[in-house]
Design a protein around this ligand. Sequence first.
Ligand SMILES: Cc1ncc(COP(=O)(O)O)c(C=O)c1O
Length: 394
Amino acid sequence: MMGLLDKVRNFQQARDLQKAGLYPYFRVIESAQENLVRIGGREVIMLGSNNYLGLTNHPRVKEAAKLAIDKYGSGCAGSRFLNGTLDIHIELEEKLARLVGKEAAVVFSTGMMVNLGVIYALVGRSDSVIVDRVDHASIIDGCRLAFGTTRKYLHNDMVALDKTLAACDDNGKLIVVDGVFSMHGDIADLPGIVRMAEKHSAVVMVDDAHGIGVLGKQGRGTANHFDLTDKVHLIMGTFSKSLASVGGFIASDAETIHFIQHMARSLIFSASMPPASVAAVSAAVDVMLEEEWRGAALWRNTRIMLERLQEAGFDTGPSQTPIIPAVVGEDVVAFQMCRRLFEEGVFVNSVISPAVEKGNALIRLSLMATHTEDQVHLAMDKMVKVGRELGVIS
Ligand SMILES: Cc1ncc(COP(=O)(O)O)c(C=O)c1O
């Protein structure tokens, strides 16, 4: 008979990588999350962060966090539902609702908790939730918590979505999709999704974790980018990427937000966002709207990187955004690339199966507005050098 802890004792994968010197996880950073980070006393170019606008170390964002600690202390000691709602939570919710063009919003303590709570709250026993096959894990876990039926469709394939929706019965249908897909950096076919939703009377929710700050006017996100804000009923965002902190939100009409406030278990049964995080997000939104050069610099860097990678012969998949994959093949090659690039002074993330299909492991590169052109070029010189060394490109 298998004991409960046998799986723990038999878990060798990570140890094997550690022994081989290829383990890429839990690397300890000794500095702020910036275009350059310090690891083991050495500065490396950071190409593995979601800090797209480079705001995590912005003086105004940090100052706002410090002032909030002075006024409100370090934590709220309770849930939003009971004792944990501050005036700055409400101000931030109003600001976020305006940002994405919705009537109301509510903030949660992480983006993951938004997806868990919202999908659970909305998808009842007789409803269906329909998701893209490569949607983020937090969406998939939200579906697991909900009592309704989960149906997956082929990635960004509108024919498949049409068929999937047709197979649902007449009860409620919620389509949940990443605005920007987190591993390959492609954008959801939102016009197609909205068309299908109208055809089959479904409600659309966009997870814009990687869209806010990146797409749309002044970084207002994917629905804004397609001018479809009114057709997307729920817009979700996180503060752990462009908005320089931690936490997340859902925006919609006031009625839907009111319902979620009273039904989302991950909101009600967990402590609220601490004051410093709330103030940091609020300042980050202001800076994002005022310093429009950041979006422009992010896209300039994206164009340079994409051109350099494609010129060198890398397969960059369907990327359309500052998330750019370089497909390298087997998992072990991704780990080797990651280590060699680190030795050459570049931090990247390796993405392996099951996050991507077997044999399609990739190096996930992501840019910041604050990378200089020289840093992007230097990092790409290293990508080419290491890619050739390992036979990924010729
Ligand atoms: C698409 C997507 N949704 C949700 C999340 C969860 O956000 P958070 O980091 O705020 O929990 C992430 C972050 O990893 C993400 O990439």
